[in-house]
Design a binder for this molecule. Structure first.
Ligand SMILES: [Fe+2]
Length: 487
């Protein structure tokens, strides 16, 4: 069960709504005002990223207006997704639904926690990086609650605006502590299910107060209309529009996020380094924009602990592909040699009770027969078998994946190997599988949206791990629990 200590005063009282810039609050109380041209705004929120026991990187973007351009277009259901009606792809980007222009300036952090207060230097927000800012925080204490006040201004002579967030650092590797992880995948702007807040799933996850959130890719969809991301400007707009939904903003103010990329938030369907540009948008552009929005200090694949009982591996599945059809099937690779060696070594070295591979794509499946993009597809049979064998050989190791637009639990027919697919973030995004097409691998199948949680804790000193699928409202649908002693 969750420790009461991490339910902070902020959360208990709901005071973190005051994390809205105070100037905004005053304006809201006094009635609708115009944006103050001397201020910067945090309309795209903040993200606590790459949180470890002793460090984190704070992400934000300086914005020129308090609110995004309102959503004005009607939608039509195209089956498996909604599309905007009569959307003029050539209109100026700053007029598009969800647009949030950026502004140059500078940002600093004031970090309170563990009996200390630290103020960082000012970091520049530059147009060349779309006004995004990444600020590393070091020397944090493990298992401690922190508040972070993000301050922004146009220049040293201008007024400061603020946004407040909070997080709790993971415990040290040898500490026994409960952990609640939430994960979701696949969110297209026009598939929102709350006209004010964006996606119900994010508000439902926030109510559960997870310790961490993993977004397993397709955070945005460059290759869907409203607009199609055929230029760098339109591609950046997709991030602005997504990040300004209130349900995401409030969730990320109090929940650390770890992000994986997939094809649609890199370039287009099944993208890899040889995929042709989407209009003017190239694979190289896609990589640069992803890094603007996802602060990483090193490789895109990484592993981290959450105390004695959990270690997580986040893998990269787009950048290192070796997949030409004319090379022998046995040599085709999604991960690449370096990542495979890292994965094998770090898993073997781990003494965590439970281990989870979080993959932006299925490893077990089942998937549609015509697909040729992931480890469950025949094109990558050799590497897929290697991954499945390796994981099933480990004690207490599981797979959590994104990408598929339906929720499922599957167990490999040939091995003791379980996979949990979170499903897309909203119902309008669900499709691609028939509800009655239940295969022998399936332990749960639902062609709808929602999310997945993973809880690790102990009952009378026996560690257990529990995977729960939820609908978008936060109603539990299916649970699988494993205890350390029974495997
Ligand atoms: Fe997707």
């Amino acid at each position: 069960m969750k420790s009461p200590t991490r339910r902070s005063f902020f959360r208990r009282t709901g005071l973190y709504v005051l994390g809205l810039p105070f100037v905004h609050l005053r304006k809201q109380l006094l009635g609708p005002g115009k944006d103050d041209p001397s201020l910067v705004y945090f309309t795209n929120g903040i993200k606590v990223t790459e949180l470890r026991s002793h460090s984190a990187i704070i992400w934000t973007r300086l914005c020129a207006q308090m609110h995004p351009v309102p959503v004005r277009h009607e939608r039509v259901d195209k089956g498996g997704t909604d599309f905007p009606v009569a959307f003029n792809e050539d209109m100026p980007v700053h007029e598009m639904d969800g647009a949030v222009p950026g502004i140059s300036g500078e940002v600093r952090l004031i970090v309170h926690g563990a009996g200390k207060k630290t103020t960082t230097e000012w970091f520049p927000a530059r147009e060349s990086h779309d006004f995004t800012v990444h600020i590393p925080i070091r020397r944090l204490d493990a298992a401690s609650h922190y508040t972070v006040i993000v301050e922004g201004r146009q220049s040293s002579s201008d007024k400061i605006n603020r946004l407040t967030g909070e997080f709790r650092t993971p415990p040290i590797d040898t500490a026994v502590a409960p952990v609640l992880l939430a994960t979701s995948t696949c969110q297209y702007f026009w598939n929102y299910d709350d006209a004010e807040r964006g996606y119900q799933s994010y508000d439902s996850m926030r109510r559960m107060k997870p310790d961490l959130f993993v977004q397993t890719g397709d955070y945005i969809y460059y290759d869907r209309p409203g607009p199609m991301a055929t230029t760098v400007e339109k591609a950046r707009h997709k991030w602005h529009a997504m990040n300004s939904w209130p349900s995401l903003r409030t969730f990320f103010q109090s929940t650390p996020i770890y992000m994986l990329k997939d094809d649609h938030d890199l370039l287009s369907d099944d993208a890899w380094k040889e995929t042709k540009p989407l209009g003017e948008l190239t694979y190289t552009d896609g990589l640069k924009l992803w890094r603007e929005n996802v602060p990483l200090e090193d490789k895109p694949y990484r592993t981290f602990r959450w105390g004695q009982d959990l270690q997580i591996w986040l893998v990269e599945s787009r950048e290192f592909r070796h997949q030409h059809q004319d090379i022998p099937a046995a040599e085709r690779s999604i991960w690449g040699d370096e990542q495979k060696a890292w994965f094998e070594k770090t898993v073997k070295e781990s003494d965590a009770t439970f281990k989870i591979l979080i993959s932006p794509m299925p490893v077990v499946g089942p998937d549609r027969e015509k697909k040729a993009d992931n480890h469950s597809n025949s094109r990558f049979q050799t590497e897929g078998e290697w991954v499945r064998n390796f994981i099933s050989d480990q004690k207490n190791m599981y797979i959590v994946n994104g990408d598929r637009h339906w929720q499922y639990v599957s167990k490999d027919i040939n091995r003791d190997l379980w996979e949990f697919g979170s499903g897309p973030v909203s119902d309008a995004h669900a499709g691609g599988w028939k509800s009655d097409d239940v295969r022998p691998e399936h332990r749960f199948l639902r062609v709808k949206g929602g999310f997945l949680t993973v809880e690790v804790d102990r009952k009378e000193d026996t560690p257990f791990i529990e995977f729960t699928h939820y609908d978008v409202s936060g109603n539990p649908l299916h649970r699988e629990q494993f205890s350390e002693t029974i495997r």
